[in-house]
Ligand binder design. Structure first.
Ligand code: TXA
Ligand code: MG
Length: 329
């Protein structure tokens, strides 16, 4: 049985107690719901992979309550400190060299000598971290290969019966995952576009390298594998018109007419589109299948700011479907 906990003091205390006892609790962050476990407890972390059916080589993000806690796990330098000051709490994950004797489970780090840390901004996540007093490992709270959850109901769709509880904090305001930036060597490399834009990061630390191409088989951030955030129907990207067998994921003020359509933002606002993205994909997938449609046509998304993260997620959802163990979820 998966309990649904209200995001009040009693619910947060219960969730913290479950985490301290090695349980699994899904909780809201400003990006998406995370599936949390005590990051220092190998068995608890293993349960995350089991619940998600996620392949073990994928390292997890470790959530902590503040920069000091983050830099007790990963070694900071001037860039990490400047970015922490600018964007934490918030949707930025830093991959740092793990300190000697880092208490984070090697399973959560996939055996790497680095650790991915993030200070989430969501008040419920903050309260949970404070109450638990633990670093919390948390991937997105969906089954591997499924769309990331932005409400407690989405979490239950995928994980009911597989986890101890979900803290219901309402819909997630940002709606796409955190930006993952690798600072583990001299270069700064974008491993995953996300809630903090590249432009904003570059304004703090100067130019950063885009994700490497051509090494998707052994990526530094396995979340970059193609086919990651997939609804069940195939997607067709950059659609400017739609076919009779297609539903439409629209963006902007003048979508082509379609019987089955959801507009991510009729005003063309990328922040609103990001917040709606996963819920829209889920709803459209369901409605399209009910109507016997076979594909989702997706209108072009501007390649700037949060549009990069949205387009990245859509590209993966449209990409060739990988076998289950090639998928990081
Ligand atoms: O917004 C988010 O980041 C959400 C919420 C719950 O915080 N979490 C999330 O976690 O998206 P997950 O596990 O679905 O994605 C983690 C990403 C993956 O691309 C993973 O490969 C990368 O971070 N990552 C984690 N640790 C890493 C490490 N040590 N080195 C390189 N990449 C790492
Ligand atoms: Mg995920």
């Amino acid at each position: 049985m998966t309990r649904i906990l209200a995001a009040d003091a009693a619910g947060i205390a219960e969730a913290a107690a479950l985490l301290s006892a090695g349980g699994l609790v899904a909780f809201p962050t400003e990006t998406v719901y995370g599936l949390g476990a005590d990051a220092t407890d190998d068995r608890a972390v293993a349960r995350i992979f089991a619940a998600k059916e996620r392949p073990r080589f994928n390292p997890l993000i470790v959530h902590v309550s503040d920069q000091e806690a983050a830099f007790r796990l990963g070694r900071s330098d001037h860039r990490a400190r400047a970015l922490a000051l600018a964007f934490w709490p918030g949707p930025l994950t830093l991959v740092l060299p793990a300190i000697a004797d880092c208490p984070v489970s090697l399973l959560a780090r996939a055996g790497l000598d680095t650790v991915a840390v993030r200070v989430p901004a969501h008040p419920v996540a903050q309260a949970l971290l404070a109450e638990a007093g633990l670093p919390i490992a948390a991937p997105s709270a969906n089954r591997s290969g499924h769309v990331s959850p932005t409400t407690a109901a989405h979490v239950l769709d995928d994980l009911a019966g597989r986890i101890d509880a979900v803290l219901d904090g309402g819909p997630c305001p940002v709606g796409v995952e955190s930006t993952v930036l690798d600072l583990s060597d001299e270069g700064a490399t974008l491993l995953r576009p996300g809630g903090v834009t590249v432009e904003a990061i570059e304004a703090v630390i100067g130019p950063i390298a885009p994700p490497g191409r051509g090494n998707e088989a052994a990526p530094k951030s396995p979340g970059r594998l193609t086919s990651h955030y997939a609804p069940s129907l195939p997607l067709r990207l950059d659609a400017r018109s739609i076919g009779p067998d297609e539903a439409l994921l629209a963006f902007g003020p003048s979508p082509p007419p379609a019987a089955c359509a959801i507009n991510l933002s009729p005003t063309g606002d990328l922040t609103e589109a990001a917040a709606q993205l996963y819920a829209a994909l889920r709803a459209l997938d369901t409605e399209a299948r009910q109507r016997g449609l076979t594909r989702i046509a997706v209108m072009p998304i501007p390649a700037q700011g949060l549009g990069l993260a949205i387009a990245d997620r859509l590209r993966r959802a449209a990409g060739p479907r990988c076998p289950p163990d090639g998928d990081s979820g």
